[in-house]
Design a protein around this ligand. Sequence first.
Ligand code: GLN
Length: 450
Amino acid sequence: AQYDAVDAGPTGLNAFLSVDRDGSMAAAKLVANAVSSPADGGDIAGVPVAIKDNLATLTLPTTCGSRILEGYVSPFEATAVRKLRDAGAIVIGKTNMDEFAMGSSTENSAYGPTRNPVDRSRVPGGSSGGSAAAVAAGVVRLALGSETGGSVRQPAAFCGIVGVKPTYGRVSRFGLVAYASSLDHVGVLAQNVFDAALGVEIIAGHDPYDATSSARPVPALRQSAVIADRSQPLAGLVVGRPVEYFTDALDPRIRAHCDAACERLRSLGAEVRDVSLPHTSLAIPVYYVLAPAEASSNLARYDGVRYGQRAVADGLREMYERTRSGGFGAEVTRRILLGTYVLSAGYYDAYYRRAQTVRTLITQDFERVFAEGVHVLFTPTAPTPAFRIGEVSDPYDMYLSDIYTVTANLAGIPAMSQPIGLVDGLPVGGQFMAARFDEATMFKAAAALE
Ligand code: GLN
């Protein structure tokens, strides 16, 4: 009931934090005047898109779902947003999210939770829940999200759409507000595999403003999402089924959908074989050391001086304390405390250094299976379908939502989720993962299974 005061927007989903009505109309007119037929404009000219509120936009505030950035408008624009605009897309608004992208349900937004359009009593997943809900409800054809540990793929699975996290370095992070920089990615949410591939193709590429962005040429990804041979389109493809992703934590009805998807992959010509990624069970503990450690450093900049809200106080120290304790919500505060603790002098070796070592082992698990001839991996995206708003209250239970997704962020490999069935009317997502920079093979497999 505490959320009823929140303006839920025209859809009643609370998917948007701000909407640019005038700018959208003006941009649409510009596009309409510039192209005489839709084909002239390219595939996305005039198409409404939505942007997660942790990607900087010149026209709209960038709040990251936090009180501490309420009303903050960036003086520059994220490269991924600029590339969409350059391709003619109309940025209609900024979408709701877990505060600073910390969460798996969008319930951690300071502006109230987003509702899942499939069942409004349920969460859309998170942290890109507003973007997923906007696409699933048909408000936009494409939305940008961000991922640190599954925040595009898990909401895509919960809302019954496609969500992609490209390779680390494929898409510039310039203008993406930092959560955990070595794990952060810009991702795409769309209604189908082709649109998702198109979206990634548009936003990908080297950017002088992001030193970690790759200079590798961007392949024609949308071409890989077009399946010409309908009978055996996956002939020659080796799909690995990592046994560690099919444990007791997995809802048996989701397992059944994954089994059926593997059968389909076989009937499309693929060879499906069991593989082992032995360090998988360490991914959640490793992630929840590294992500908070990086976050505690990245979020130090919200000091009441440089950005957003500033509390009234007598001295500087009191101003910092009041700004930060009033501006950050409970989960963000928990992460800052945890991150500061694992980086502190006496505990650095026991937690942070050890987590970095295990991160390398997780990455090597993937490198080994891809070197052994596996082209893509297929797994469930999340262990359960969308849960009810308020149903998961223990932070650790919430962290387990990401059990199948954080691994790809730790390894930097591309991964995506797509709908593979329903459980009690709720969407189930299947996940493909591929070797670094091999989005093309991933899209090919996903398009064939679609
Ligand atoms: N749920 C994970 C977290 O809270 C992942 C979030 C994300 O990918 N941004 O950190």
